[in-house]
Design a protein around this ligand. Structure first.
Ligand code: ADP
Ligand code: ZN
Length: 348
């Protein structure tokens, strides 16, 4: 078990590894607490929840992204009010990215902000969404439209939760892990080394710590995503655009599709050495399998990407060499033409 201090002055600490969950019970007892979890986690871990949280007031969110909405946020806040939480109380968000996002926002809003402890239970939430203080709900079909930056005081990332994850959920988390491999030379080496056993739980526990450390280093330097934090969006420009259009796969799978295409563009345009680009693309294939053939209709969303600074110009994060990356800006027409060339390369 290791600790990562995200922010010493605001006291934001991430505890990562086997045994992290055991640290929670004394915290629950020490203050007025509230538990938010989802119906699947509640069912799978009922015994453990009762042991740790006793009769702490609790809201169980029905599982699924469709519940990450304003109406549910209102219900959670009402339940917090009914539980008579005070400014000094603490919300514990136990679950995947959905629980973490809506729970973080509820903690940010209740009495203008109470303490929040994140206990991510999916691989995706541990390596990515639970660290960094982004909270949100979806609205009008737009993901994360309403939210706030609000750092949890503590994060407990315990790999014991991976044991019950369906393969598809692990694959989703691996999408973000391959993204980190494109940003961090050490993670790249580890992932390449384990290419044939990426689903091994002890590998996942190790790599989770490395990914969280990488993200914590980035967030420490750029909490509000004005610069370096944009790098964490590697694969997401094309990935998000296709996700918006297709809506059939998991977020991590779309990130992998985006990684493959954006690496291909970086290679063709000479930003990225061929050998390195090929090895990143091989990693993508090792997790994703077949790469889908994109056409222009799949790409419209790239115009709305939050990294874009100028209308009609698409920004993406290109791998350059191990641990090195660059923000690339291309006029939309050129971006589309490049993606289509890359798509042709898949077909032949
Ligand atoms: P994310 O993939 O962003 O973390 P969710 O919060 O929607 O998204 O979690 C994905 C699904 O996995 C949900 O149905 C959730 O209930 C379920 N889930 C969360 N943690 C676990 C776990 N440890 N084991 C099995 N299923 C889980
Ligand atoms: Zn992502």
């Amino acid at each position: 078990m290791k600790e990562i201090v995200l922010n010493a002055s605001q006291k934001s600490v991430i505890t990562c590894g086997e045994g992290a969950f055991e640290k929670i019970a004394p915290l629950v007892k020490a203050q007025k607490s509230f538990l938010l979890t989802d119906s699947n986690v509640f069912e799978l871990y009922g015994g453990l929840i009762r042991q740790t949280f006793g009769n702490t007031p609790c809201y169980v969110l029905p599982a699924g992204e469709e519940n990450k909405n304003f109406a549910r946020l209102g219900e959670i806040l009402s339940a917090m009010g009914e539980a008579e939480l005070l400014r000094t109380s603490c919300l514990f968000a136990l679950g995947g990215g959905v629980v973490g996002d809506i729970g973080g926002l509820a903690a940010a809003l209740y009495m203008r902000g109470i303490k929040c402890v994140q206990i991510p239970t999916t691989l995706l939430a541990q390596v990515d969404s639970s660290v960094g203080g982004k909270t949100a709900v979806d609205m009008g079909g737009i993901k994360n439209l309403v939210g706030a930056f609000y750092q949890p005081e503590l994060v407990f990332a315990d790999p014991m939760f991976f044991k019950t994850l369906p393969v598809r959920e692990i694959k989703c988390g691996l999408g973000e892990i391959v993204k980190y491999a494109g940003l961090d030379a050490e993670i790249y080496r580890e992932v390449v080394k384990h290419k044939d056993n990426l689903y091994d739980l002890s590998f996942l526990a190790e790599i989770t710590y490395a990914c969280i450390s990488h993200k914590a280093n980035v967030v420490r330097k750029d909490e509000r995503e004005t610069g370096l934090r944009k790098s964490l969006n590697m694969g997401h420009t094309t990935g998000h655009a296709y996700e918006l259009y297709d809506k059939k796969m998991s977020h991590g799978e779309y990130v992998l599709v985006g990684m493959w295409y954006e690496t291909e563009i970086a290679k063709r345009k000479g930003f990225c050495k061929e050998e390195y680009a090929n090895s990143l693309q091989e990693l993508v294939r090792a997790v994703l399998g077949k790469i889908p053939v994109l056409d222009e209709a799949c790409l419209k969303g790239a115009l709305m990407d939050k990294k874009n600074e100028k209308a009609g110009v698409v920004t993406f994060v290109a791998p350059v060499s191990k641990g090195i990356f660059d923000l690339v800006k291309l006029p939309y027409e050129e971006y589309v033409a490049e993606i289509l060339k890359a798509a042709e390369a898949i077909q032949c």
